[in-house]
Every structure is written in C-alpha cells, then in structure tokens.
Design a binder for this molecule. Structure first.
Ligand SMILES: O=C(O)CCC(=O)C(=O)O
Ligand SMILES: [Fe+2]
Length: 238
C-alpha cells in the first residue's frame, strides 16, 4: 500500500470524526480472521443482548471478545506498527488498548440504530473505534453499510427522536475486506439492515489515558441511554 501521511489522517479524524483507509490489512490475514469468526459464530448465533435492548435500541449484533478468550491471531492487528502509529498520531502517546470486539449480524437483521458509543457529557472522555473489516460490505452483496455524520463528534448529544436530525448529511461507508475505519466514540453513527448472508466487523477499541475503562458501558441512542453491564435502560429520552 502507499505510504500513509499520519498527520494528515489525524487532522482529518479530528475534523470529520472518522477516517477510512482501504487496503490497509493483508487479504490473507483478513480471510484467516473471517474464518475464525465464522467458526466461532456459525451462521445462526443467539443474541446475547436482552429482548428489551434489541427492541428498543434496534441493535441486532452478537458480540464476541476473541482476545479475552486467548485467540492469539487477533493480537496481530493490535500489534501492527502502522495501526499503532496511526493511533498515536490521533491520540498522541497517551493512549491504551481497551478490547477487541467482533460484531456479527445474520441475514435479515436490522443493523444498528443511530447512536454514540459513550456519553458526550464531557468532550475529554471518549473511546476511539478502530474498525477492521474482514469481508466486503456493500449495498449489493451484504447491505449493512456503516453510516456516519461528519463533524458530529463536536456537536454533543445525538438528537432525540423529537429533535431535528439532518439525516441527509450522513456519509455512507462501504468498507472492503482489508479496509479500516477509525471513528470517534461521540460521532453519530449507525449500521443499515443486513441483506446478505451475514455481516461481520471487528473493533479494536482504545482511548486516551485517563479515560475510564468502562466509558462504553453506556451507549446513547436517539430514544434511550442504555447501560450494557446491567442490561438496563438508564434514561428514556424525549
Ligand atoms: O460495524 C460497524 O461498521 C460499526 C459498528 C459500531 O457501531 C461500533 O463499532 O461502535
Ligand atoms: Fe457504535
């Protein structure tokens, strides 16, 4: 791949709230990951979230944390020098790895509603999603494109259902196998319904030092604030 201008990419991240780089990871490595992921899930995994969360937040993904279960292959991405250099360019030297999470959605599921991964109450504290794609995501084959609202990481809370929401300003991302997407946790984003056999993405979350480890415990949806550790709605938004 061509040489990366890390500083320009970091600047873009801070302006837009996200960056996309195609052909970042080797296709062979991505294929290996994808096969391990499919081996873990099979094609019809059960949802681990509660019915209430699935219904209210309209999020239909099954999470898996492969590094926690000792799947060493998943360390390769975390330890990749270019991946780390890009992270460093964005967060300076003061950052730490949180966890890697694979998200699986089967055919006919609704994807993910618009959300922020963590509360924007204090702009200093946020997670960074470092997404890698082990398969092509596109309109024709899979559906499940990722939607992002440029610049929204600087705009505070995602509007509630009764507040104006300029959805036409969104950008549709169709990452390819080997692409990466870095996304600020306060940036408003969603995932379209999955029309192909399945959809998989893998997120190597990290954060600036000093950010609480549980920063992503509460996700912000347009209708609710949801706490994952207690599987409960902690706020109804109006
Ligand atoms: O799978 C994606 O493309 C984005 C998923 C997401 O919402 C996240 O990683 O926070
Ligand atoms: Fe998210």
């Amino acid at each position: 791949m061509t040489k990366l201008d890390y500083n320009a990419l970091a600047q873009q991240f801070w302006q837009e709230g996200y960056i996309v780089i195609n052909n970042f990871f080797d296709l062979e490595l991505m294929e290996k990951y994808n096969q391990e992921i499919l081996k873990h899930f099979g094609m019809t995994p059960n949802f681990e979230h509660t019915e209430e969360f699935l219904a209210r937040a309209a999020v239909e993904v099954v999470p898996w944390f492969p590094q926690r279960e000792g799947h060493k292959d998943f360390d390769i991405v975390a330890n990749d020098e270019r991946f780390k250099t890009l992270t460093q360019a964005i967060l300076d030297h003061d950052w730490y790895e949180q966890y890697s999470m694979v998200m699986f959605s089967k055919k006919g599921t609704s994807g993910q509603a618009w959300h922020q991964d963590c509360p924007p109450d204090d702009p200093k504290y946020f997670n960074v999603n470092r997404l890698i794609y082990t398969m092509d995501i596109d309109k024709e084959k899979t559906g499940g494109q990722t939607l992002v609202m440029p610049g929204s990481h600087l705009k505070g809370l995602i509007p509630s259902m009764s507040e104006p929401f300029e959805e036409d300003k969104k950008v549709v991302l169709s990452p390819k196998k080997g692409s990466i997407v870095f996304l600020h946790g306060h940036c408003w984003h969603s995932v379209l319904p999955v029309t192909g056999e399945y959809r998989v993405s893998t997120n190597y979350r990290c954060a600036s030092k000093g950010t609480p480890e549980n920063i992503t415990d509460i996700g912000i949806y347009r209708n609710i604030r949801y706490q994952f550790s207690t599987s409960s709605i902690v706020e109804e938004r109006s």
